[in-house]
Structure formats: structure tokens, C-alpha cells
Ligand binder design. Sequence first.
Ligand code: FRU
Length: 493
Amino acid sequence: MAEATMRAALAAADAEIARRSPEVSRGPRRLRYHLMPATGWMNDPNGFVQFRGEFHLFFQFWPFGAEHGTMHWGHAISPDLVHWRTAPTALAPSEEYDYGESSASYGCYSGSAVVVEDELVLMYTGHVYEREPMQTQCLAVSEDGLTFHKHPANPVIPGPPAGGGIDFRDPKVVEHGGQRYAVVGASARGRGRALLYRGGDDITEWTYVGALAESTGPEGTMWECPDLFPLGDRCVLLVSPMHGVLNTAPFVQVGDLDTESGRFTAAQTQVLDGGIDFYAPQTMVDAAGRRILVAWMQQWHQRNVTAVEGWAGAMTVPRELTLVEGRVRQRPVVELEALRGEPTHLAPRVLEGETLDAESGIAADVRIVLGGGTARAARIGVRASVDRGEQTVFVIDRAEGRVVCDRSLSGVGDATGSVIDVDLGSDPIELRLLLDACSVELFVNDGVAAMTHRIYPAESSTGLFIEPIGSGTLEVLECTIWPMASAFEVAPG
Ligand code: FRU
């Protein structure tokens, strides 16, 4: 096939965006400040990079329906990590290594971006279910950061190393000690692994070094979307694990990389986000040296509530990562605060047998600081209806050292909740909640723990409350609510 095939497919994708996006932008559940597709389906973030001063975020994209299809790469560009504009669709299946005649399972699967001599290079997985090998690693190059050409040398990594399974995808190009590597997700003998390739002088040259790290069993049967990056004085390996057909919570291993042997030694493993709707995170380093992460704010096999509005899937807010005492912390990038409106400050108080009630609206940034008190735990509700028939509840349990999210009354989506273990100590507990039209991200104690969920309450459910659980007191030292402005334009109706 030829370049013309891809150009035609991209033109069709962009025509679909032009046709459908005005209506999608007016949907009641459209997110106000989280990136979502202009139309259709979005999953993994891909190719997150800064190029000529702007942030580029690509993503797994199917414009023609709100379900996973033959995967394209969608593209959004931002000057500030907050305001994103839709760029022309970057990649569409067109070649024998990413296009299948006889099945619907093919496409340009996940990958990453790297700037090489002022050109923007994408490395992605060509996936064709009925092909052998099923998955290969490929390149696409752009001079202007908008129009990409698949490389004539594709596939540049023509298949998995000997002894590996057929799953072989999601290349992340990384740099370590001035040397370029690619980390690729794989599986061997039923265990997830991350493979390391050393890059040559030419971007098309990749030499297999070995398996960087491997699941011992409990960490999953297939590792998707691996990433590897320095943080503080350590090296961090990030993977999104599958257990059979189930995708579960991404985790990081903090450790050290021996580039000679290509082995990564983990000192500590940490689930990155205790919520359900957080998957396939990818990081980049910006010009200021910050390590910034974005994840798909959804998970496989969840109820796809927004499909009726013509879209599905979104991104978390960009989060800055830091390493504190050997653990990874994540906090929303500071740029997001530009969307904050006039805050409401609730006066500090001690609650006993009573509830503090407030209004958050649909999109808000909320900061709550809880002091001591004699109550067993605290309950915080968001997106609550007046009668509390709808509410998303967080239980902050200092005694048990955990935070629980209960979505059983969260609206029409999945009712499953989640729990994260976190040592809340005896100091005040600081909570940050980012509420958007159908999502809530919680950050505990400046990013020691995070929890991300999609929720689908009625538009009128905008209550926020804080109360002690059981008898005793709960000290609320601060509750500040900033309404969040929309970061996106809505088409006139
Ligand atoms: C992870 C994933 C990747 C794959 C992509 C396909 O969510 O399954 O492993 O490349 O999605 O859309």
C-alpha cells in the first residue's frame, strides 16, 4: 500500500471529527478541563512530548464510533498542559504491518515520541491479529509536528525475541545516560515482562538487550505500556499489568538500572493510583525538567456511559511526579490553577453529630484539611443530590490507614468502589479533589496517594459534604472550593 492510503484514511477521520465534534462538545457530560476525544473513542495516551515549545499528546483513537475500533492516533497540542486544541489525526492503519484485510483487529497501537534532530518521531506498534508476527514496532516521522510519514524501514523491530509470546507492544523511547533505548511490553511463559532495546546512531537501528524486568507471577501475565525514567536519584519502571484478560492497576517499581546487563533491580513496588479508572499512564520530561504523567482516565470493561453522547474515554489531568523517601508522589501540574475561579472558604469548625454542607458545582478544585478529633473516621461526599440519593463517598480512615471510595450511589455508571492503603499518620490530612462533569480525582497528602474514578451523577447533584463517622468529633481546618472554568470551546448550538 502507499502513502495515499493513509492520507485518505486520515482525511476521512478528520472529516468525521468536523462533522461530529460540535454536537459532542455540547453534550452534558463533556468534560470541562480534562482532555477527551473530539468525537469517538479514546484510550491510551501516546507520544507525550514537548516539541518546539508546545506539548503534544497523541492517543489511541477511533473516530467513527464510541468503541475500540481499528486504531488511529489522535493528536492534541497545548501550550500549557491545560488548554488543548485538536490537531489533524496523526496516524491511520494503511500498511501490511498495521492494516488487516480479514479481521477488525488491526491498527496503530500504542507507543511514544522522541525528538530527533528537530524532527518529531513516533514509535508505535503495528498490530494485525491474523499476521505472524502479530505485533511489530514501527516509526513515523514529521518535520512540522503535524503531518507524519511512516518510515520506509518499517517495521524497525520486526518481531518479539526468540522464546517470547505473541504479545509485543507499546514501545516507549527513553534516554538513559545519554543513550537511547526502547522499552517494549511483552509476555513470556505467562508472565509479563518489559524488554529493553538499545538504539543505534540511526533511529531505525534497535538491538535487543534483554528482559529488563519480569513478573514473578502476581504482577501479571502481560505488561502493557511500560515506561522507564529517572526520578530523584533512582530509576522508575512503570507498567500496566494484565492478568489474563483483566487489566489491573498500573504500578511502579522504584529501583536501579544496570545498562551493561540491561537488568532493572526493584527496591520497592507501589500501585500508582488506587482508583479504577486509571490505566496505561505515560510520562515525559518537560523543558523545565519536570517528570509529567498522563493516564487514560477509564479502564477496560467499564460501562461506557458517554457513548450515547458520541464519545468515550478521557485523560487524567497531567500530574507532576516526584520521589520522596523512595516513594513516587503525584500532584496535578501547577498550570491547572489558572482555571480556578473565585474560591469559597468555609470557616474552620469542629463537627460532632453534624454535617458540613457545601456546593461544588460540576467542575471544581477542592482542598480539604482535616485535623484531629475523636471520631473513628471521616466521610466526604461529592456530587451529592439534596436527598443524598446520589453521592460519591470517600471514607478517610486514619485508624485503619486507608481511603475508601464508594461509588454505589454515584449515578448510572459502574458501582464498584476501591480501597487504597495509606499511612495517614497523626498530622492534619490534606485532600485535593478534582471534580469534572463525569470524573473525580483524589490526591491525599500532597500526592502520597491518588484515586481516579469516572462517575455519572445527574447534573443537579452538586453537593459536597464532610461529616464524622459514628460518634465523636471531626476537626475541619480548611475547606476551599474553587469553581473550575472550562478549558475548551463549546460549539454554538
Ligand atoms: C492498553 C492497550 C495497549 C495497546 C492499546 C490498543 O490499554 O491494550 O497494550 O497498544 O491499548 O488500543
